[in-house]
Design a protein around this ligand. Structure first.
Ligand code: C2O
Ligand code: CU
Ligand code: CU
Length: 488
């Protein structure tokens, strides 16, 4: 993949030159119309599945350039030659071994997003660096009582997380029920890993301007399992489980399906207490939803992401010609129903939701996510938590293992920031603008512009250091990340 030297990118960004010269980004150099697929749209393809056996999944993941995206050969990056990389299927109690081989031209590492596993050593450790040409052996022990659900993996090397995900380095990580029994009686179980990227005419991944990074880049192409607008076929009357992962760097998905309601059964890898019918399901970057779709009639129905405005850069943005960060409507896929009606299994009225943390709250904390001037030199903008940019060696929060805490995350900026905490899932108690409690454990929550959320977190099972951050990964790379040290 060809990239401009950092110095030039940064120089352009620092001068606020979000102009046509900057890496073809501002001009929206996407796929030229002639490159759009001419043949009939393709059926939804899924990445290769690598499943555990006898308590072990032992895989090799080679991060390297050269993948098909949107039906073209590109210089994008993938794992084992595809983007998304292989889907890893494990069960509670399993050992997941991954030999990560770095064949890209910059340091990388691996994070198992949403998994309640150890953050230390060669487990889900975000502080590791695997240099180009090197490999590293991860060993991730999945607790016997881990929830069954939809998770994902992606690199987490601070400073280049957004670039590496935008280039294609993502994959799904699915936890099955402990006994291997079907979690839910459905006719079909599909993965929809949504990413976005921007390719130039030669199939290279575009580098965003500093302005685009500050807003949080959104790609011209929105892909599902690396495909552009694939077709999902299903029999009318059947029940389909769609595991939707928002793997976009910055884009918020507001999912709607023409002619259908979406029945949400899980959020962020944990079942809801009961299925909930929705017209629209919102997923911040990093969020996942398991949706039941009951196709009706015979026809074609668009799965879209409705327009969503994440807010802007405020006065700074105005001075630097930063527009709002609103994305228009985009079609993700098409549901095509045809054939004789299927007999649908009957669905449970309640679901095995993990318990929400109870018990005495030992400590309250307040964390402030802010965007300010001066953090990055003249013309730049600082992305901070409690006034500081990320420093990997500093302990920002110290927590006693086994305690329950309440964190109020305050966003003083004019832009939404999705809060994400590794390892320890949280329950949203309340938020600004009357945000209702969600009633389920989750890993990512959107903190509205100039708003707040209050979370309850049980720091159970694992001591060690990890991180929390904005899951607009450009913001994380610009410093909006902090450490938590859980002491046993
Ligand atoms: Cu999906 Cu720390 O990230
Ligand atoms: Cu994560
Ligand atoms: Cu942010």
């Amino acid at each position: 993949m060809s990239r401009e030297p950092i110095s030039r990118r940064r120089a352009l960004g620092l001068l606020g030159l979000g102009t046509a010269g900057a890496a073809g980004w501002a001009t929206g150099l996407g796929v030229p119309p002639s490159d759009r697929p001419k043949s009939a749209a393709r059926g939804l393809a899924e990445p290769q599945v690598l499943a555990s056996r006898d308590g072990l999944l032992d895989v090799r993941l080679v991060a390297a350039p050269g993948v098909r995206l949107a039906g073209r050969d590109t210089a994008g990056w993938g794992f084992n030659g595809t983007s998304p990389g292989p889907t890893l299927r494990v069960r509670p109690g399993d050992l997941l071994r991954v030999r990560l081989v770095n064949h890209i031209d910059q340091p990388t590492n691996l994070h198992t997003h949403g998994m309640h596993v150890s953050p230390s050593g060669n487990s889900d450790n975000p502080f590791l660096t695997i240099e180009p040409g090197d490999s590293f052996d991860y060993a991730i022990r999945i607790p016997a009582r881990h929830p069954a659900g939809t998770f994902w993996y992606h690199p987490h090397h601070h400073g280049t997380v957004a670039d590496q995900i935008f280039a294609g380095l993502v994959g799904a990580l699915l936890v099955e029920g402990a006994g291997g029994e079907a979690d839910l009686p459905v006719n079909g179980d599909r993965l929809l890993l949504v990413t976005d990227t921007t390719l130039d005419g030669a199939g290279r991944v575009a580098s965003p301007t500093m302005m685009a990074r500050m807003r949080g880049r959104e790609g011209d192409l929105v892909l599902v399992n690396g495909q552009r607008q694939p077709v999902i076929t299903a029999a009318p009357g059947s029940v389909q489980r769609w595991r939707v992962i928002n793997g976009c760097v910055s884009r918020v998905l507001a999912l709607r399906l023409d002619g259908h309601r979406l029945t949400q059964v899980a959020l962020d890898g944990a079942f809801l207490p009961a299925p909930v019918d929705r017209d629209q399901v919102m997923l911040a970057p990093g969020n996942r939803a398991d949706l039941l779709v009951r196709p009706t009639g015979s026809g074609q129905y668009a799965l879209v992401s409705a327009p969503y405005d994440r807010g802007g850069l405020g006065m700074m943005g105005g001075m630097m010609d930063g527009g709002p960060s609103a994305s228009g409507q985009v079609t993700l896929a098409t549901l095509a129903t045809a054939g004789p009606a299927a007999t649908s299994p009957s669905l449970p009225e309640t679901l095995p939701a993990p318990a929400v943390p109870q018990g005495p709250v030992t400590r309250q904390r307040r964390l402030t996510f802010a965007m300010g001037m001066g953090g990055m030199g003249m013309g730049g903008m600082g992305f901070t938590i409690d006034g500081r940019a990320f420093a990997p060696d500093r302990d920002d929060q110290s927590v006693a293992l086994g305690t329950v805490e309440e964190w109020t995350v305050v966003n003083t900026s004019p832009m939404d920031h999705p809060f994400h905490l590794h390892v320890w899932p949280f329950h949203v108690l309340a938020g600004s603008a009357g945000m209702p409690p969600v009633g389920v454990l989750q890993n990512v929550v959107l903190v509205p512009a100039r708003g707040w959320v209050r979370l309850r977190i049980r720091f159970s099972d694992f001591a060690g250091r990890s991180v929390f951050h904005c899951h607009i990964l450009d913001h994380e790379d610009l410093g909006m990340m902090a450490t938590v040290n859980v002491r046993g």
